[in-house]
Design a protein around this ligand. Structure first.
Ligand SMILES: [Zn+2]
Ligand SMILES: [Zn+2]
Length: 780
């Protein structure tokens, strides 16, 4: 007989861990107790030593779906233990490190119950249990119990109470437990305010009616888990076009939801890891390779070769899709760039011109959480938008970050997230969108306050981006003054690099790595806009080794939405206008630029009127795209041109062996920095256009040539600086072709390449980098 104390750390609170311990202890005939405390879960057991070992092995195997054991330590228990049985003890009130779980997709057992006519949860759209259901989206305060969530207005009925109290039940201590009798309900309304007449469709209930409406080509606004969506049948061209024009969203791809994997497989290729992701508790949108001959409306993802699919992740979605053989569009319910609506009145006001019907419910969404977006590249997960299902799960920090001050990092301007850093871990907020939108900025402030309260986080240092005009930076400054804490400014691309290092568990005392950070743009040390950077960096500091020769962004921000402006800038760096008109006057792009008053544009560049210099690779991609006819005049979201060019670029058709067939780049040194000049590249691209080489071949060739050149630069830099690792980061590395080609090339040189996985490579990952740099500087 031995008596042991077992300490379990990880995600072990509020996820059904204690009942599992209880059940297994009973199975193995052990006596003792289990409780939650500040460090996780503490188990005290008395029994046969072999039985205890078996018990622990079983605990790993039968760990509840949302729980994660990071550490399990056994030690002899030295106190006295008097137990006749095994019990769940009350939580010990030491200082509790709060964990809030992400929302989790409906588990398999709950799914079975909603389709079982003999279950009391039959067709109940809000059922959930310890293994699934709403979490972050309903929580208002800590501790996480029903009174602190939006379930407070639904007192449990007797049956629910019994299940909630029963340690052997799947719903033991599941805070949002509810049923038809006591819980939230859903109902249908018409956008025009007229009554819904039930016998107008053959339907079981209001939720089921949504399916009929979608099949008839109607647009339905559906209140979901983290916000409203707009839905229509994805195979009905007219419905999709109607949604696009009413929402005034003309190009950005729409996300899709389908009842099951089989339906998704009709439209896309789905490999094992992708299946796993679709079926995971996070249930993100997974970008999948589109099959040809799709029956789907071509307006779903114009110019793309992927579709974003997700599976139903709440009982409500399962019930709507039950009879639906087609995928449905499920795009965020908002107007223009605003955050998605979360309350009924607001949605009815804003979406009534877009939706024909509303499916509403009366469980309040406290926290707005968008759908997450991921994809798989070479069997590795890449997170493009980290939100529902992932946030606010903590991210374990690398060695060296165990004893650090509490830090708040404010993040970027676009694709914003913020980050709370505390001992050994980072809590990254869900994706909060583009702050230049007033409602998004308001939502950012609300979410920030909520997180600071939920996690009891009192920052000792606040980190912001160096860009003086970012709203997040301005707010950070105000907060630092108001709370009298230190403020630290972090250079944008250093932030990206540190973010990638941190998620790859690179230790605090690492030797410098070479960080390649390519993006749209970020504020540089020299007050110009950077975006094509090779930085030798550790967590504390960096040295700029190489960059792209800075060129004008004609008209400032306008250049982001009118790709041809970047083409002009690139061409005028490589040629004189006279030379272009003499040699290439028959090319579309030159004829097009003729109509844009080249003389005036040249003067604008020369005088630098509203035309900041930038080394941005994002803008270089825009320039090439516009030259070959992709989004030449206009694009409706940042990076659209580059994304469409990537979709058409085919590297496989190229002759990989002959380097002379690639476009060339030139490297020039000035004041200890190497500058990449694209003049020769543009001469070669125009010659290809003149020879009527196809845009798809030029696109492929450009991707490959750039990748080969990057590898060359790395090799050259390595001879001078002896780094072992290269980090690829920044929004441009969402480009799969570039990412894979550069990675392959570097690995051939036996260089270790670090890329993002759980944290976005775009600005959504920036706040993590800002936070770890701040911590590292403090430690030094
Ligand atoms: Zn469940
Ligand atoms: Zn009930």
């Amino acid at each position: 007989m031995s008596v042991e104390e077992i300490r379990v750390k990880g995600i072990v609170q509020g996820v059904g861990f204690r009942p599992t311990v209880y059940r297994l202890a009973k199975v193995f005939g052990l006596k003792g107790d289990v409780c939650n405390d500040g460090e996780g879960v503490l188990i005290r057991v008395a029994g046969n030593e072999e039985k205890i070992t078996e018990f622990i092995n079983k605990l790993y195997v039968e760990c509840p779906p949302l729980a994660k054991i990071n550490e399990l330590l056994r030690s002899p228990y030295l106190g006295e233990l008097h137990f006749d049985d095994f019990v769940i003890s009350h939580s010990v009130n030491t200082v509790v490190k709060t964990e809030i779980s992400p929302d989790a997709a409906t588990c398999f057992q709950c799914q079975k119950e909603i389709f079982d006519p003999f279950s009391r949860y039959f067709r109940y759209p809000f059922t959930n249990c310890t293994h699934c259901g709403p979490r972050l989206t309903i929580v208002r305060a800590i501790p996480y119990d029903r009174n602190n969530t939006s379930m407070v207005k639904f007192p449990m009925c007797g049956n629910c109470e019994t299940e909630y109290q029963d340690v052997e039940n799947r719903r033991f201590h599941a805070q949002p437990v509810a049923c038809f009798k006591c819980g939230p309900s859903a109902w249908l309304e018409r956008a025009d305010g007229k009554p819904v007449i039930a016998d107008m469709f053959s339907m079981l209930d209001d939720v089921d009616a949504v399916c009929t409406l979608l099949q008839k080509g109607e647009i339905v606004a559906i209140k979901g888990l983290g916000g409203f969506h707009l839905a229509c049948d994805a195979t009905l061209e007219n419905a999709v076009l109607k949604l696009r024009s009413r929402k005034q969203r003309y190009h950005k791809p729409f996300a899709l939801m389908a009842r099951d994997i089989n339906i998704i497989s009709e439209y896309c290729e789905v490999n094992d890891l992708e299946k796993q992701l679709l079926n995971s508790p996070a249930a993100p949108i997974v970008l999948l390779k589109m099959k040809s001959n799709s029956r789907l409306s071509s307006a779903i993802a114009p110019g793309q070769n992927t579709l974003g699919f997700m599976l139903p992740y709440t009982p409500l979605h399962h019930l709507i899709l039950r009879r639906m053989k087609n995928p449905i569009v499920l795009t965020s319910g908002n107007i223009s760039d605003e955050p998605q609506c979360i309350n009924n009145e607001d949605a009815k006001e804003k979406l009534s011109k877009i939706a024909d019907y509303f499916l509403l419910h009366n469980r309040d969404i406290v926290n707005r959480v968008d759908d997450s977006v991921v994809r798989v590249i070479n069997n590795k997960i890449q997170t493009l938008r980290r939100a529902r299902g992932y946030a606010p799960a903590s991210i374990i920090l690398p060695p060296g970050f165990e004893k650090i001050p509490t830090i708040l990092a404010m993040g970027s301007e676009l694709k914003n997230t913020f980050c709370l850093l505390r001992e050994g871990e980072a809590i990254l907020s869900q994706h909060l969108g583009d702050l230049e939108n007033v409602s998004a900025f308001n939502a950012y402030q609300e979410t920030l306050n909520l997180y600071l309260n939920l996690f009891g986080h009192k920052p000792e240092i606040i980190a912001i981006d160096k860009h003086p005009e970012y709203l997040s930076s301005k707010l950070g400054k105000e907060l630092a003054i108001a709370n009298q804490v230190k403020l630290v400014e972090i250079q944008h691309h250093h932030g990206h690099i540190a973010s990638c290092m941190a998620e790859n568990q690179i230790s605090l005392d690492t030797k410098p790595v070479l960080g390649i950070a390519f993006d749209g743009l970020g504020y540089g040390e020299d007050e110009t806009l950077w975006g094509g950077e090779f930085l030798l960096a550790d967590y504390c500091q960096f040295q700029r080794l190489a960059t792209f020769k800075p060129l004008s962004m004609i008209g400032g921000e306008q250049a982001i939405y009118q790709p041809w402006r970047n083409t002009f800038s690139q061409l005028i760096n490589a040629f004189t206008w006279e030379e272009l008109t003499e040699k290439y006057s028959d090319l579309d792009i030159i004829q097009f630029l003729q109509t844009k008053n080249p003389t005036l544009l040249k003067q604008i560049i020369e005088k630098g009127i509203n035309s900041p210099l930038t080394s941005s690779v994002g803008r270089l991609f825009d320039a090439v795209a516009a030259a070959i006819g992709v989004c030449r005049e206009q694009c409706s979201y940042e990076g659209q041109a580059a994304i469409e060019m990537e979709a058409m670029g085919n590297v496989k058709i190229l002759n990989n062996d002959k380097e002379s067939l690639n476009y060339s780049f030139k490297l020039e040194k000035s004041a200890n920095i190497y500058y990449i000049d694209t003049s020769s590249t543009w001469r070669e691209i125009l010659n290809d256009l003149k020879q009527e080489i196809s845009p798809s071949e030029i696109a492929g060739k450009f991707h490959q040539s750039l990748a080969i050149f990057i590898v060359k630069i790395v090799k050259k830099m390595q001879e001078q600086h002896q780094f072992q690792q290269v980090v690829l980061t920044g929004g441009v590395f969402q480009n799969q072709i570039l990412l894979q080609q550069v990675k392959m090339g570097l690995e051939k040189l036996a260089i270790h390449v670090l890329t993002h996985s759980i944290v976005p490579t775009n600005d959504g990952g920036l706040s993590l980098g800002q936070a770890v740099i701040t911590a590292a500087r403090y430690m030094r």
